[in-house]
Write a protein that binds this ligand. Structure first.
Ligand code: HEM
Length: 124
């Protein structure tokens, strides 16, 4: 599967989860986890869909090692970021433990965006 399609398919899967989360919040009138819903939709769906479109329309952008680095770091970082945000806001563990792990996930996501930026700089 192409990098672009992988981003688009995974984005749509995150949208499915994010929307279900939103519907569940509305049905239960329980809005404490609204930031988790928002981040699943925005980081999971909106960003990944944008990446999928960018890799589709710029020739050669998806063929580089930097593109693969961007894809994998973003998948790993974003997944852990969302799971940890959920754990943090639903008080599944102490903030002192979850916070530093979350910081690692944030740095991984940031590193993926650096790879994206350098790739764009060189190829776009
Ligand atoms: C079936 C579709 C959706 C449903 C049922 C839904 C439901 C909700 C609900 C119930 C809330 C909480 C409102 C409150 O706190 O009073 C919310 C907040 C929010 N939603 Fe959605 N939503 C949907 C789609 C989306 C999409 C597609 C996005 C973005 C791409 C999005 C982004 C947000 C944001 C940014 C917030 C505010 C979060 C916060 O206050 O921390 N939602 N949504």
């Amino acid at each position: 599967m192409s990098l672009s399609k992988s981003f688009l398919i995974l984005g749509a899967l995150y949208l499915l989860v994010g929307l279900s989360f939103g519907i569940f919040m509305g049905a239960t009138q329980e809005f404490d986890l609204a930031p988790v819903h928002a981040h699943i939709n925005l980081v999971g769906f909106t960003l990944m869909t944008l990446f999928g479109i960018v890799y589709r329309i710029i020739p050669g952008l998806a063929e580089t090692t930097l593109a693969k680095v961007h894809f994998w770091l973003f998948q790993i970082g974003a997944f852990f970021l969302l799971v940890l945000l959920f754990a943090l806001l639903s008080r599944m563990g102490p903030e002192a433990t979850l916070g530093p792990i979350m910081a690692v996930a944030e740095v991984v996501v940031l590193a993926s965006i650096v790879a994206f930026l350098v790739n764009l700089w060189q190829k776009a």
